[in-house]
Ligand binder design. Structure first.
Ligand SMILES: Cc1cc2nc3c(=O)[nH]c(=O)nc-3n(C[C@H](O)[C@H](O)[C@H](O)COP(=O)(O)OP(=O)(O)OC[C@H]3O[C@@H](n4cnc5c(N)ncnc54)[C@H](O)[C@@H]3O)c2cc1C
Length: 475
């Protein structure tokens, strides 16, 4: 990093707004995809939109690559500065700017932690629906960039369904205000385009979000199954019966064992081959009828035991166990590779078998904990990244898993995004023409290729299209 550039940034942010010290910068060299690392030249921590915009103008003048970062809980290497340059973190932008209870929206800074929004609006009988399992750490900006999901997105939809407006600082320091909560804005749906753009179109600094009324009643059911197959089949049956629980989550045996041996233990029986965690919400009558019907289906599929959480504390424990599952897997091996693929729900059972086989053939340990209602599989492979041979087998298994899921009619990601991890696999799903078309809006928002470079679109597609005039790409 050029001294003059660093000095200009220091003048904007003050010494405490920059992370310059090498040992402190190492905290920003990767996200949850631990085997891809690169130290950023500098980390910037602006306090608000004007500071972020001023930094972006300096960085543009000096031609420095920029990687936006929230909490770094991403699992695909999205916030890893592979091309060097600076990381702009949102850790000092965590305010709730407006809580409009009457019109049911909140305007927040992008560094706000997801769970803090629901905490802020709960006293008003409202909540923020998308609830990634990382919600106690991940930020709203990271959720927007990855179009995050979560257990309750089965009912409520991923982040994009809840974003009403954005304020974005573009690559050249312009502030793009798309924050009017207008029901039918004129022109293109730029907010829709920006959600899921993985930090490539600009730095999101403010977000206007839809708030949802808290349900009158919530019932949390736990079904214990003698096999993972039976749990998968029960999920298909519940959906086929047109029932609409708000969450349908499966944990397999290895995950249950890890959770029960950890601080997240919730009393899942260690002998179970699988558990299905289901939540039903609505009015009293609706919940009672739906819960009874679902329990009948679960029993019909051979559930060994059915439980309902009796208290709010019990419900919280069941969810803490589910949401703490990745952390608990740390007991199995030092590193965890969390894959994320979506498959047709009717094929869940077959694909769980196939992904397990793929890992076993390569001598790898696999556990499954997933958003079954959405067909969103997360085969989790435990490994040690210091073992080069094991890491190579993990990567090979990851690619094979994506191939079989796509061949079965699935897709590359349900919620974690593409980042670095699945960049090359984009070719499995998209044609060269599709990829070139995706490059066009990226070029519009970032003509110099400095915003989160080296992510999402396969490098060759980017390079080929960058070097051609735009009209040639569209031909
Ligand atoms: C234990 C665990 C459980 C998880 N469970 C889920 C789950 O249930 N559902 C789910 O969807 N994900 C889950 N994740 C993945 C991750 O938490 C989400 O992808 C989350 O949205 C990332 O938020 P973050 O603030 O950590 O973003 P980061 O990891 O910091 O960044 C993610 C991406 O967003 C970009 N970005 C971040 N902030 C901004 C901004 N302000 N403007 C523009 N771009 C930005 C980054 O450049 C990067 O590309 C889980 C992760 C862990 C570790």
């Amino acid at each position: 990093m050029h001294h003059a550039c660093a000095a200009e940034l220091r003048a904007i942010l003050g010494a405490d707004g920059l992370v310059e010290d090498r040992s402190r910068r190492t905290a920003y060299e990767c996200d949850g995809l631990a085997f891809e690392r690169r130290l950023p030249d500098l980390v910037l921590l602006p306090r608000d939109t004007p500071e972020a915009a001023a930094c972006m103008r300096v960085l543009r003048r000096h031609g420095v690559p920029v990687v936006p970062r929230g909490a770094g809980t991403g699992l695909t290497g999205g916030a890893t500065p592979v091309a060097g340059g600076v990381v702009i973190g949102t850790a000092r932008m965590r305010r709730v700017l407006e809580l409009n209870v009457t019109d049911r929206f909140a305007r927040v800074e992008s560094g706000l932690v997801n769970a803090d929004l629901t905490r802020a609006c709960a006293p008003h009988g409202l909540f923020y629906a998308p609830d990634p399992s990382s919600q106690r750490a991940c930020t709203i900006g990271g959720n927007v960039a990855n179009n995050a999901g979560g257990p309750h997105c089965f009912r409520y939809g991923n982040t994009t369904r809840h974003v009403l407006g954005l304020v974005v600082v573009t690559h050249d320091g312009e502030v793009l205000d798309l924050s009017e909560p207008d029901l039918d804005p004129l022109g293109y749906d730029l907010v829709g385009l920006l959600v899921g753009s993985e930090g490539m179109f600009g730095l999101v600094t403010e977000v206007t979000l839809r708030l949802t009324p808290s349900p009158q009643r919530v019932e949390t059911l736990l079904a214990i199954f003698p096999s993972l197959d039976a749990a998968c089949d029960a999920v298909s049956d519940v959906i086929a019966q047109r029932l609409e629980p708000s969450a349908l989550e499966i944990l397999d045996k290895l995950t249950i064992e890890a959770v029960e041996a950890s601080v997240f233990a919730a009393g899942y029986p260690a002998s179970a081959e699988a558990v299905l965690l289901i939540e039903v919400e609505g009015s009293d009558v609706e919940v009672e009828v739906n819960a009874n019907e679902i329990e009948a289906i679960l029993a019909g599929r051979g559930a060994l035991e059915l439980r309902r959480a009796q208290t709010e504390a019990e419900r919280a424990r069941l969810w803490a166990a589910r949401k703490g599952a990745y952390g608990a897997m740390g007991r199995v091996a030092p590193d965890l590779y969390v894959t994320d693929v979506v498959v047709p729900r009717t094929k869940l059972r077959d694909l769980v078998h196939r992904t397990t086989e793929i890992c076993r053939e390569r001598g790898l340990k696999i556990a499954n904990v997933f958003h079954a209602g959405d067909g969103n599989l997360h085969p989790n492979i435990s490994y040690d990244r210091r073992d080069a041979d094991e890491l190579a087998r993990v990567l090979d298994a990851g690619t094979r898993i994506m191939e079989v899921c796509i061949a079965a009619g699935g897709t590359l990601s349900g919620e974690h995004g593409i980042g670095l991890e699945k960049q090359q696999q984009m070719r499995l799903y998209f044609s060269p023409e599709d990829l070139a078309a995706m490059e066009l809006p990226r070029h519009v928002f970032d003509p110099e290729g400095r915003m989160n470079p080296g992510k999402t679109l396969p490098i060759r597609a980017c390079m080929e299209t960058r070097t051609k005039p735009l009209d040639e790409v569209t031909r």
